[in-house]
Design a protein around this ligand. Structure first.
Ligand code: UT7
Length: 331
């Protein structure tokens, strides 16, 4: 028995923020942002809108699409770096309650921007081992809640959004066999952790008035270090995953990378000698939505017809941890 993705949905907030709008409050320009990142605009959550608010909408859509009885869901996994609360209750529990999933367990998964790839593998393993019948996996982020608006090198990079998938046995509903999760490959390089960090507020450095500034609670990044790591991580993941399924990277129809920066993708494509067109990119319109970026991209590919039944998809995540890895999906 193989596990498969049997529905896929996403939700992004209505508010579009262009580079020009950002340039009104930060010393930057559309030219700099686009040439350094490939980003033109991103979506921002409304004031007071949280990760669970976005995740509930994406999750509900995924359940409706599959005509899934809420009582049939065994587990909710929420991949997020911007949970509703620090650190409990888990955002997955908030979502479980709001979706009325009364027979489900729920937990949050923290693997930075690789959270969705990790979540797919957790769901696959549980379903194939018989530990869960139906898993609702949601990647949801309100990165604007941890953005340091005084740091122009990071505040331009991020956006808000959510994506959700239902994972179950591929033969659970014979009318719809779903998209098989063929293999995964997950790695961590914890030594690089300080390159992408929220310094204070945890048990290492509890926030202390007078000792910490408010910015110590926000996202801080060494852009150059993360850039170099990311290019390497993409190359390693694509090479290892295609080997694992007995293919070459050339045999894969689509590579769906975490949408961080088009320059990172171009550099990795060059290193792998793959045409950059093989990589699906929508970072221009959504910027970096961390754990939500891969399902948002997949959903767009399906709705525009770019991703067709029978194609092989390789997803690649990389981010805080530092973590990296991906999944191979038979679409
Ligand atoms: O999920 C993973 C998340 N992380 C990432 O994807 C980030 C990976 N890193 C990057 O994408 C790039 O390092 C950045 C886009 C963040 C920065 O690009 P860079 O080419 O590494 O720029 P830099 O930090 O070396 O800065 C170059 C110059 C500096 O000016 P000086 O010192 O040369 O005069 C910066 O002050 O660009 C300046 N700069 C900006 N100028 C206008 C930095 N940010 C901005 C900005 N607008 N927003």
């Amino acid at each position: 028995m193989k596990a498969a993705i049997t529905s896929l949905a996403c939700h992004v907030p209505e508010r579009i923020v262009t580079n020009d709008e950002l340039a009104q409050k930060v010393e930057t320009s559309d030219e700099w942002i686009y040439s350094h990142t490939g980003i033109r605009e991103r979506r921002y959550a409304a004031p007071g809108e949280s990760a669970s608010d976005l995740g509930v909408i994406a999750g509900r859509r995924a359940l409706e699409q599959a005509h899934a009885d809420p009582d049939s869901i065994d587990l909710v996994i929420c991949a997020t770096s911007t949970p509703d609360y620090l650190t409990f209750p888990a955002t997955a529990c908030v979502i479980q309650d709001r979706l009325g999933l009364s027979n489900a367990g729920a937990f949050d998964l923290q693997a930075g921007c690789t959270g969705f790839a990790y979540g797919v593998e957790m769901a696959r393993s549980l379903v194939e081992a018989g530990g869960a019948g139906r898993v609702l996996l949601i990647g949801t982020e309100v990165l604007t809640s941890i953005t340091n608006w005084e740091d122009r090198a990071t505040c331009i990079l991020f956006g808000d959004g959510a994506g959700a998938v239902l994972v179950e046995a591929s033969d659970a509903d014979r009318a719809r066999t779903g998209h098989t999760i063929v293999a995964s490959w997950l790695r961590s390089k914890g030594s690089g952790g300080p390159a992408l960090i929220r310094q204070a507020g945890g048990s290492r450095e509890p926030f202390e008035d007078g000792r910490h500034a408010a910015r110590d609670l926000l996202l801080a990044m060494n852009g150059k270090q993360v850039y170099l790591f990311a290019v390497d991580a993409i190359v390693q993941t694509i090479t290892a995953l295609s080997e694992r399924v007995g293919k070459t990277p050339d045999d894969v129809d689509w590579i769906v990378p975490h949408q961080a920066n088009s320059r990172i993708i171009e550099a990795a494509a060059k290193r792998l000698r793959l045409p950059v067109e093989r990589f699906y990119l929508n970072v221009d319109r959504y910027a970096n939505t961390s754990a939500a970026s891969i399902p948002i991209a997949l959903e767009e590919m399906v709705s525009t017809g770019a991703l067709k039944s029978g194609q092989t998809v390789l997803t690649v995540g990389f981010g805080a941890g530092l973590t990296y890895g991906g999944n191979v999906l038979d679409w």
